[in-house]
Write a protein that binds this ligand. Structure first.
Ligand code: CMC
Length: 382
């Protein structure tokens, strides 16, 4: 597209690439269908938020009961899927397992190739149940442990935590897990959602779009940052090491300007003055530490946060406190990004449905920087 006059922006920064009624991100707020995230985090369960995203409104009590019933009915993977999962090497990264599982689930879904809205609403609900189930299933299999079935009376977050750890979580831990699912559920045109919308814009099916989105979420600059942030805390070790650790990293970056190391769990394309979700989750994690006796993670995180603010004016994002909250819950680190999938599946499905409803194939231009036009020489002259 060499005759394009549009200005190229690296990483599409600042480019408005579409319209959406699902979520609104500004420098100072995050809203799901008009509701502020702090309000939802304080006053809704994840299942209520999931209903809001998929069905456009918060449910009343009877709508919630029916919705939970349908989602829980899907928390049972087809045998054809568990057979494939059981054959995977135990070293398979859980994000890769989920990517494969969603792809295979498409083969067995009764509406796999049906792009009608009613079919996509049903698939969204099934994927919500199936992905949580697959996350729990793989977590247990990694540790050679028996599968744990969900409790029909518990929240989605409580069940997800129990299905991974095999233990009945404390009320607080169940609530914090459910709350993190609310915080992670939607974030307008982030990389994975944009991937899902791009795939949907070709009129490919929902399972294809979600499979692609999982691949996009896996990377450490996006969803993979919660795992990377925990590895970072572990490598720092204790609060007294934070300053040295930071100074060494800065020295490395000064000496290697083309190979700089990032501080994981910090920075955001939009929130230059802080990510509201991070502050909410940091407080929940602090509450959790009173139960677990692991306040040292929050002390370490707070110290690094202060240095990053003082020296670089960069704020933490949600993945930063998610790391120490999940660690305190006893969840294996490779499962942190899959938990993000268990939540963001709702935002992805809402966006996929919205894309189909008002579709034009997503096909941007590019700024050609290769060799100028030239003629093909006969092979004897090359
Ligand atoms: N550590 C060190 N320096 C950073 C960091 C960081 N975490 N984040 C940004 N910077 C620097 C960046 O290198 C750049 O410096 P310079 O101008 O010298 O090149 C400057 O700050 C401005 O960066 P930016 O343009 O604001 O960054 P971006 O919008 O291109 O990228 C980001 C945003 C989130 C990918 C990036 O901040 C990053 O890589 N953070 C670490 C990974 C991470 O925590 N990702 C989670 C993202 S939020 C939730 C999610 O998607 O899961």
């Amino acid at each position: 597209m060499s005759d394009t006059k549009a200005k190229f922006e690296a990483g599409l920064a600042g480019v408005v690439a579409g319209q959406t009624a699902v979520g609104e991100v500004t420098q100072t707020s995050l809203r799901y269908r008009g509701y502020e995230i702090a309000d939802l985090a304080a006053n809704s369960t994840f299942e209520e938020t999931a209903h809001l995203l998929i069905h456009c409104e918060l449910p009343n009590a009877s709508q919630l009961k029916d919705f939970r019933h349908r989602v829980q009915a899907a928390m049972n993977l087809p045998k054809q899927v568990t057979d494939v999962v059981d054959a995977m090497p135990k070293s398979t990264p859980p994000m890769d397992v989920l990517r494969t599982v969603v792809s295979i689930l498409g083969h067995y879904d009764p509406d796999g190739q049906n792009n009608a809205k009613s079919a996509n609403l049903g698939k969204s609900e099934r994927l919500l149940g199936q992905i949580a189930c697959a996350t729990g299933y793989w977590c247990r299999r990694m540790g050679n442990l028996p599968e744990v079935k969900p409790d029909p009376n518990a929240t989605h977050g409580f069940n997800l935590l129990a299905m991974m750890t095999g233990k009945k979580p404390s009320e607080l831990a169940g609530r914090v897990m459910d709350g993190t699912l609310v915080l992670y559920a939607e974030h307008e045109f982030n990389a994975s959602t944009f991937t899902a919308r791009t795939i949907a814009s070709t009129l490919a099916d929902m399972h294809s779009a979600v499979t692609g989105a999982i691949g996009a979420l896996k990377g450490p600059l996006h969803g993979g940052a919660n795992e990377a942030a925990m590895h970072q805390f572990l490598s720092i070790g204790k609060v007294d090491n934070v300053d040295n650790w930071f100074n060494e990293l800065e020295a490395h970056n000064k000496a290697n300007p083309t190979n700089k190391r990032l501080i994981m769990g910090f920075g955001h394309r939009v929130y230059k003055n802080g990510d509201h979700r991070a502050a909410i989750l940091r407080d929940w994690s602090l509450q959790l530490s009173k139960e677990t006796g692991q306040k040292h993670w929050i002390d370490m995180a707070d110290r690094l946060q202060k240095i990053m603010l003082d020296k670089k004016n960069i704020h933490p994002n949600t993945d930063y406190p998610a790391a120490h909250a999940y660690y305190q819950m006893g969840i294996p680190i490779p499962l942190y990004t899959p938990i993000f999938v268990c939540s963001r599946i709702t935002g992805w499905c809402a966006h996929i449905i919205e894309q189909y409803e008002n579709n034009r194939i997503i096909r941007p231009g590019s700024d050609y920087i290769g060799v100028p036009a030239r003629d093909v020489q006969p092979i004897s002259k090359r």
